[in-house]
Design a binder for this molecule. Structure first.
Ligand code: CP
Length: 304
């Protein structure tokens, strides 16, 4: 494959190849080999139209650890503010010789359109409420490192599914990998299409927690929120927040995940986020390794 736009485009073999490649790269890093020459002479452009901390920095770190040249483009402060279109921005970067373009954009479908305009590989780093495939890959990698193979594992994803590209990509990828996914959310924060997704749906977090191997909390996306969907933070937290009492209902070996950034005290209590069974910091470290694997397979290695 030339691009990574949707987790739904990955076969089980594709997904396992990425996870296994990341595992090999992690073992290289653990041997204190910080930099590999694999992508010397290649250029990776990070094209970010929406804010990001983890994804942008980890793609940059991943490309640099593979010895690629990196160009970081942020829409803020660029000619986008003068009205330049995505297409003209992309063609400008193309003229500078991008072998891969990593794009985050507020519009669902922007990476798909970009793939028609540039010759290099396009990697979706989050598009609107649609998908965030490398997040799902790093989440699956983090689960596999803690729990082993994902077949038959029960994974509960909780919260603002409506606005969550992370949830959609995880449901698609985890289904491909043979896990059983349950979404838990208030009815107003589920997309109308959820009935066609390969997962179960519940409105009762307390009933689902004791049967979960993984509980993944989602950020409440206040910037995309309409008051009609979300009447009160206190009510949300009372019914769907992972506080200390709810955490105690999980099996002793179950893990807690969150893609970040977190609203501490709303969807997740600080003491739960910081507990030894939380993988939140590991997820960030694993994000660099997964993005190295994706760039390596798209630009430098075997075809994924
Ligand atoms: N998880 C995630 O995508 O975080 P950023 O928005 O900081 O990249």
């Amino acid at each position: 494959k030339r691009h990574l736009i949707s987790a739904g485009d990955l076969t089980k073999d594709d997904a396992l190849l990425i996870l296994d490649t990341a595992e090999e790269l992690a073992s290289v890093s653990e041997r204190s080999i910080k930099k590999l020459p694999t992508l010397r002479g290649r250029t990776v452009v990070n094209l970010f139209f929406e804010d990001s901390t983890r994804t942008r920095i980890s793609f940059e770190a991943a490309a640099k650890r593979l010895s690629a040249d990196v160009i970081n483009f942020s829409a803020k402060g660029s000619s986008v503010s003068k009205g330049e279109s995505l297409k003209d921005t992309a063609l400008t970067l193309e003229a500078m010789g991008a072998d891969a373009v990593v794009i985050r954009h507020g519009s669902s479908g922007a990476p798909h359109r970009l793939a028609n305009w540039v010759h290099g590989s396009v990697v979706n780093a989050g598009d609107g409420t649609h998908e965030h495939p490398t997040q799902a890959l790093l989440d699956a990698f983090s689960m596999r490192r803690r729990l082993g193979a994902l077949e038959g594992r029960r994974i509960t994803i909780v919260g603002d599914v409506l606005h969550s590209r992370v949830a959609r990509s995880n449901v698609l990828l985890l289904g491909t990998l043979g896990a059983e996914v349950t979404l838990v959310a208030p009815p107003t924060l589920l997309p109308v299409s959820v009935g066609t997704w390969p997962c179960e749906v519940s409105y009762d977090l307390d009933a689902v927690l004791p049967k979960s191997d993984v509980v993944m909390m989602l950020r409440v996306q206040k910037e995309r929120m309409n008051a009609a969907y979300f009447p009160s933070e206190r009510e949300y937290s009372r019914r769907y927040g992972l506080d200390r009492d709810r955490f105690a209902k999980m099996p002793d070996d179950a893990i807690v995940m969150h893609p970040g950034p977190m609203n501490r005290g709303m969807e997740i209590a600080a003491e739960v986020a910081d507990s030894a069974r939380s993988t939140i910091v590991e997820q960030v470290a694993n994000g660099v390794t997964i993005r190295m694997a994706v760039l390596y397979l798209l630009l430098g290695g075997e075809t994924a």
